[in-house]
Design a protein around this ligand. Structure first.
Ligand code: FAD
Length: 513
C-alpha cells in the first residue's frame, strides 16, 4: 500500500471523508493495544465495548471494499507500543504516506505527533466529529481562565440554529433547568422504562484479556449489553427519542434504588457510542429535535432543551477547557487534596447507601448517570479531600464512556474543583440533604440523614461543614457561597464543635464508613 491510515478505538466514524472512496493503495490499521488496556485500571465492559466496536467497524469497512489490517492483542503483543507498531507496518508495506485523525486525548496526540518515520510523509486529519472546530478552541477558551458554559452554549445554539426562533431562543428562554429537578415518586418509578440492552458475544475478547493477563475491574459478562455497531447505536437513539426523551429533563437529576432493572432512568446511555464516534453529535441532536417536533407538544421544550444543552453545550465545552489547558490541567490540585481513595470504591462495600448504590451500579454496568457521578461519588471525594489523581483514575477506568478529554474536566474540574474554577463557578459540595431530596437512597441507610452529630449521623453532613470551613477563606469570597457561613456562625458553639469532631472521626476512619 502507498498509504497507511490509522484508526484509533474512539474514531469509529463511518461518515469520515476517508471512507468516501475505496482505494486499494490505502491500508487501514485498527489495533487492540496493551498500552490502551493498561493506561489505567479499566472496567472490563469498557475494554470489551471498545474492542468489539473496533472489530465491528473493521468488518464494516472490509465489506465496503476497503483494505483493513486488524490486530488483536495476540497480534499486537509483538510491539512495545503504538509508535512501534506503526513504524513496523509502514516498513512492511513500504508505505510513502502515513495518515492519522487528530487524537482527542493528549497522551495519544503527543505520541502521534512525535512520529518521524524515515522517508514517509506524515499527515494529520481532522476527526470530523465535533461541533466546534479544533482550530477555534483557542479563540473560545483561554488557558487558566474561566469561561461561562452558559455564554458558550448560547453561541453554539445561535451558530448551529438549534432551538432558535430567529435570533431568540425558542420559548423565549435559554434555560429550563429550574423545571428539571424533579424527584421520582413511587408511581413514577413504576413507569420507568427498562434500559435497551444488547447481548453482544464477547467471549473471545474476554479470553484474550485473560490470556494476556490484562487486569480489570467490574462485572465480566460474556454478553456485552453496550452497543457495538452503528446499527445498534441507532437503535438506542431511536429508543431514546421514543421512550426516554419525553421525560429526560424532568428526571435528569433524580436517583432511585428501587427498580434496579431500570438503572439508567430516562438517560440516553448514548455517551459511549458518541465518544467512540459511532454516532455524530449532530445526528443525535437532529434525531431528538425531529422527535420533539413530530410530538406536536407532547414532548415539551424543557425536555429537549435539557438534552441539547448536554451535547451541544457541556460536551463541546469540556473539550475546549481540556485542550486550552493541557497538559498542566492534569496536575491541578487547587484544594490541596491528598487522601487516597477508600477501598470500597472498588467493591461498593460501604454502609453509606448512596455511595454503595452508585459504586455497585458502576461495577455492574460501567455506567452511572451524571448526578450519581457528580453528587454521590464526586461529592464524597470532594468533601473528604481525595487526591484528584486517584479520583481521575477511578472515573477514567470505571465508565464505559470515559476518555480523558471529557472525563478530566468533569472530574478534576466540575466535580473536584481542583482546577480552581475553570469549569465551574463554585465547588459542588453538598450534605446528605441533597441526596435525600433527589433520591430514595436515605430511607434504608445505616446512617440518619437528618443528623449531623452522633455515631449514626450521615457522614456527609459533618464532612460538608468540615470541608466548607477548611476552605472558608477562599470560598467566602464567592457570593454564591458566602451566605452559607452565616448559617454556620449562627449555630451554637457546642453543635459546631461536635460537628467538626464527628467529621474528624469520619476522616480518620474513612475505610470504616
Ligand atoms: P445523558 O444524560 O443521556 O446525556 C446525553 C449526552 O450528553 C451524553 O451522552 C453525553 O454525550 C452528553 N453529556 C451530558 N453531560 C455531559 C458532561 N457533563 N460533559 C460532557 N458531555 C456530557 N461523560 C463522558 O462522556 N465521559 C466521561 O468520562 C465522563 N466522566 C464524568 C465524570 C464526572 C465526575 C462527572 C460529574 C461527569 C462525567 N461525564 C462524563 C458526564 C456525564 O456524566 C456523562 O456524559 C453521562 O452520564 C453519560 O450518560 P448518558 O449518555 O446516559 O447521558
Amino acid at each position: 500500500a502507498n498509504t497507511v491510515r490509522l484508526i484509533l478505538g474512539d474514531q469509529l466514524n463511518a461518515s469520515h471523508s476517508w471512507f468516501k472512496q475505496v482505494d486499494d493503495e490505502v491500508l487501514y490499521v485498527i489495533a487492540e493495544l496493551r498500552q490502551e488496556t493498561d493506561y489505567c485500571l479499566h472496567h472490563v465492559q469498557k475494554i470489551c465495548a471498545f474492542f468489539a466496536s473496533m472489530a465491528a467497524f473493521a468488518e464494516a469497512l472490509q465489506s465496503a471494499g476497503h483494505r483493513v489490517h486488524y490486530l488483536t492483542l495476540d497480534d499486537s503483543a509483538a510491539y512495545r507500543d503504538l509508535p512501534a507498531l506503526i513504524e513496523s507496518t509502514l516498513q512492511d508495506c513500504k508505505a510513502k504516506v502515513f495518515q492519522y485523525q487528530r487524537a482527542d486525548e493528549y497522551r495519544l496526540l503527543m505520541q502521534l505527533q512525535a512520529l518521524a518515520p524515515k522517508n514517509v510523509t506524515v499527515e494529520e486529519w481532522d476527526s470530523e466529529h465535533f461541533l466546534l472546530a479544533f482550530d477555534e478552541i483557542p479563540r473560545q477558551f483561554t488557558a487558566g481562565k474561566h469561561r461561562r458554559l452558559e455564554n458558550f452554549y448560547r453561541l453554539m445554539r445561535q451558530r448551529h440554529h438549534i432551538l432558535m426562533d430567529g435570533d431568540e431562543p425558542c420559548g423565549g428562554r435559554w434555560n429550563f433547568d429550574s423545571e428539571n429537578r424533579k424527584r421520582l415518586t413511587p408511581s413514577d418509578i413504576a413507569e420507568l422504562p427498562e434500559p435497551l440492552v444488547f447481548a453482544n458475544d464477547v467471549t473471545e475478547i474476554l479470553q484474550r484479556l485473560d490470556r494476556h493477563g490484562v487486569r480489570y475491574i467490574g462485572r465480566a459478562d460474556a454478553q456485552l449489553l453496550w452497543p457495538v455497531s452503528r446499527r445498534q447505536a441507532l437503535q438506542m437513539l431511536d429508543y431514546f427519542c421514543g421512550y426516554l426523551l419525553p421525560r429526560f429533563g424532568r428526571f435528569q437529576d433524580a436517583m432511585t434504588a428501587e427498580g434496579s432493572q431500570r438503572w439508567s432512568l430516562y438517560h440516553s446511555r448514548l455517551s459511549f457510542a458518541i465518544n467512540a464516534k459511532i454516532l455524530h453529535p449532530r445526528q443525535v441532536i437532529d434525531a431528538a429535535l425531529q422527535a420533539f417536533e413530530a410530538s406536536e407538544g407532547a414532548i415539551d421544550l424543557a425536555q429537549i432543551e435539557g438534552f441539547i444543552r448536554q451535547i451541544l453545550g457541556w460536551r463541546e465545552f469540556v473539550r475546549g477547557v481540556y485542550w486550552a489547558n493541557m497538559p498542566s490541567y492534569a496536575e491541578l490540585n487547587s484544594l490541596g487534596a491528598e487522601r487516597p481513595l477508600p477501598d470500597y470504591f472498588w467493591t461498593g462495600e460501604t454502609k453509606m447507601r448512596c455511595l454503595s448504590q452508585a459504586i455497585s451500579q458502576s461495577l455492574d454496568y460501567a455506567y452511572a448517570h451524571h448526578i450519581q457521578r457528580l453528587m454521590v461519588t464526586g461529592n464524597f471525594c470532594l468533601l473528604t479531600g481525595i487526591d484528584p489523581k486517584e479520583v481521575d483514575g477511578w472515573y477514567l477506568g470505571i465508565y464505559v464512556d470515559a476518555l480523558e478529554w471529557v472525563e478530566m474536566p468533569n472530574t478534576r474540574g466540575m466535580s473536584q474543583y481542583a482546577d480552581g474554577g475553570l469549569v465551574g463557578t463554585k465547588a459542588y459540595a453538598a450534605g446528605g440533604n441533597y441526596i435525600r431530596k433527589m433520591s430514595d437512597y436515605c430511607g434504608d441507610c445505616h446512617y440518619r440523614v437528618q443528623d449531623k452529630i452522633g455515631d449514626t449521623a450521615c457522614p456527609l453532613n459533618s464532612l460538608y461543614w468540615h470541608f466548607m470551613l477548611a476552605h472558608r477563606q477562599s470560598f467566602s469570597k464567592n457570593p454564591r457561597q458566602s451566605m452559607i457561613y452565616k448559617t454556620w456562625d449562627k449555630m451554637p458553639e457546642e453543635t459546631r464543635q461536635a460537628t467538626l469532631e464527628r467529621a474528624q472521626w469520619c476522616l480518620d476512619n474513612i475505610e470504616e464508613l
